[in-house]
Design a protein around this ligand. Structure first.
Ligand code: GLU
Length: 598
């Protein structure tokens, strides 16, 4: 996310349409829309990591669009301003609450492997290839799902055309957004690989240099690509010329021969693109202290893992604890247990049997919560349980290691005046994706297939997340919608690879168990336990009195600078929407409402 020093009142954000409209030439150094981490008011709300993107969503809401229309507009704008985290070269998970039917439904828009892929996709002569070689390659590029997600979401729940909701993003791409330090830093982190691909170099290293803070960054090729999608629909990508360019690029990564780099070619072809379908599927659901919590079902592990951890907390009546250190202990242990199960049991359900229902069964959680000792931390790696045959405190088979996952991605949350809500997390996997830009099209290709395990994590233990034909790699993405008495109460999500799950869990429990406001829960210091020996924690968490107590219980910590970049919305008791974003992490996010009440 891009950092902007200037803070302007919410009203300026609300009137930011003008900055996106015809009277807004993007000169170098032009002030971007202001951003605020919190806003409250009427008419709908948008929260994202980026002020231009939030303004794009508010513009659509103000013109009468609904939450789905605004979510797609916001996501498309993020494809312009956050091109290293999101875009039509990637995928994501979209969770929607429909005020008319009262139902929560989801779209799994995850990237897929080629139908010709098998478990040895990332192996040579029976040995996994180096992870770093897979990261910047055509081999790691999955069939992108984001454009199809936008089209299908609009078709099912939207009220505007794809063409119309892409307009604000096209304007940002044509006229430019203002480069800030974070965008420059993210470019610098990718510089060595971007410069080896002429199309990435030309777009992201203009004149061979890093983009300069304060100047306008334009992407007219992406604007043209969006216009083509708007005009022709996503067939232009899945059956047409944009797709042909995607296939050519990933099959023959256009690397500068003088660079000395080799990039492995991918297997995805035109038939794979034509076969791509998003999945509409039932959300995961758990009931937590009278609230209904919904998330994405596998192929993401987000919904099952957040849900199991909540059930473990409920089994131990954690919310009744008055000692904050003891609550944190339960939070870390619940997460540890849920990750032990996730790593053993969750993959793409079209390829492997996934015990989604069993993992979310409160009786199973009770059998796992039995492991928690109030006086001592558990030791990781903890063995998984057997959700098919729950038995108190039983474990099933050896512990499964925590696999590597990237740390990029972006989350947006939208609500409208009718009470519809969207929580949507989209990604191209790691920051900068594969590093490979589709020549002439203005967007980066994902490297999502690196989310597969390249070989079984534990010899002899079935691994649900090996590559396979047409298979979706397991995700951690956790866009979450919470209903109270059947009405929307909260929606939230975060980027951050596998830490997404713990961030969503920590923000959610901060709000509903710890008495924090949504903005306080988002800002609060974070710790992330994912069945590893050391719990990752931010410096502010480590400085807390609770951390000292947790160490006495045997918890071991590893300091990390920051975890996640959450956004959320909450329906206030008087019917207004509260939008909240990070105040500081990743430079701070942008929350806005259509008619602010201060
Ligand atoms: N590829 C990751 C996932 O789907 C997301 C990457 C990230 O958040 O950085 O879980």
């Amino acid at each position: 996310m891009r950092t902007r020093a200037r803070l302007v009142p919410v009203l300026a954000l609300v009137t930011a349409t003008g900055l996106l409209g015809a009277a807004a030439p993007a000169q170098a150094g032009q002030a971007p829309p202001g951003k605020q981490p919190v806003a409250a008011g009427w008419g709908g709300a948008v929260s994202s990591v980026d002020a231009d993107a939030t303004a794009a969503g508010l513009e659509v809401l103000r013109r009468g669009g609904n939450a789905v229309d605004a979510a797609v507009a916001t996501a498309a704008a993020l494809g312009v301003t956050e091109p290293y985290s999101a875009g039509i070269g990637g995928g994501g998970y979209f969770v929607h609450y429909d005020a008319r039917t009262g139902r929560v439904e989801t779209i799994d828009g995850r990237e897929t492997a080629s139908r010709t892929a098998d478990a040895a996709l990332f192996q040579e002569n029976g040995t996994p290839i180096p992870f770093a070689d897979a990261v910047t390659s055509g081999l790691s590029v999955g069939v992108p799902g984001t454009a199809a997600t936008w089209e299908q979401a609009l078709r099912r729940w939207g009220s505007r055309s794809l063409d119309e909701v892409l307009k604000p993003a096209e304007r940002i791409a044509d006229r430019g957004f203002t480069v800030d330090q974070t965008f420059r830093d993210q470019t610098a982190a990718n510089q060595s690989r971007f410069q080896d691909f002429p199309a990435s170099r030309a777009l992201f290293l203009p004149g061979g240099q890093l983009p300069v803070v304060g100047t306008a960054f334009r992407n007219p090729e992406l604007a043209a690509t969006y216009r083509e999608l708007g005009r022709r629909g996503t067939d232009a990508l899945y059956r047409g010329p944009i797709g042909a360019d995607v296939v050519r690029t990933l099959q023959h990564p256009p690397v500068d021969p003088a660079s000395g780099r080799t990039a492995r070619p991918g297997k995805v072809d035109a038939a794979d693109l034509a076969a791509y379908r998003v999945r509409f599927q039932e959300p995961t659901h758990v009931s937590y202290r009278g609230l209904d919590v919904y998330g994405p079902a596998p192929s993401s592990s987000g919904g099952t893992t957040v849900g199991e951890a909540l059930n473990v907390l409920a089994a131990g009546r954690a919310a009744d604890l008055t000692d904050p250190a003891q609550y944190d202990h339960r939070y870390l242990e619940a997460s540890r247990i849920a990750f032990a199960d996730r790593n053993r049991w969750v993959g793409d359900p079209s390829a492997v049997q996934v015990p989604t229902r069993q993992l979310l069964d409160p009786a199973y959680a009770a059998s796992r919560a039995c492991l928690i000792d109030p006086a001592h931390a558990l030791t990781s790696p903890l063995a998984p349980g057997d959700p098919y045959h729950p038995a108190p405190c039983a474990t099933a088979g050896p512990a499964v290691a925590e696999p590597y996952e990237g740390q990029s991605t972006t989350h947006l949350t939208v609500a409208d005046r009718w009470g519809n809500v969207v929580a949507y997390t989209l990604t191209i996997e790691q920051t900068g994706g594969s590093g490979i830009t589709v020549p002439g099209r203005g967007f980066l290709l994902n490297n999502e297939l690196t989310d597969f395990d390249f070989a079984p994590l534990t010899p002899g233990v079935p691994d649900p997340n090996l590559p396979g034909p047409g298979k979706r790699p397991r995700s951690s993405i956790s866009p979450t919608v919470v209903l109270k008495d059947g009405k929307p109460y909260l929606a939230l999500g975060s980027p951050g690879g596998a830490t997404i799950i713990t961030t969503v869990l920590q923000v959610l429990t901060g709000r509903v168990d710890r008495g924090l406001s949504l903005e306080q829960a988002i800002a609060a210091p974070r710790a992330s336990q994912r069945n590893t020996a050391a719990t990752q924690a931010e410096p502010a968490f480590l400085a807390s009195p609770e951390a000292a107590r947790l160490k006495e219980l045997g918890h071991v910590f590893a300091s990390v600078p920051e975890i996640g970049a959450a956004t959320g919305v909450e329906r206030l008791p008087d019917g207004r929407w509260l939008a909240a974003a990070e105040p500081v992490r990743r430079g701070g996010g942008a929350a806005g409402v259509v008619r602010p009440t201060g």
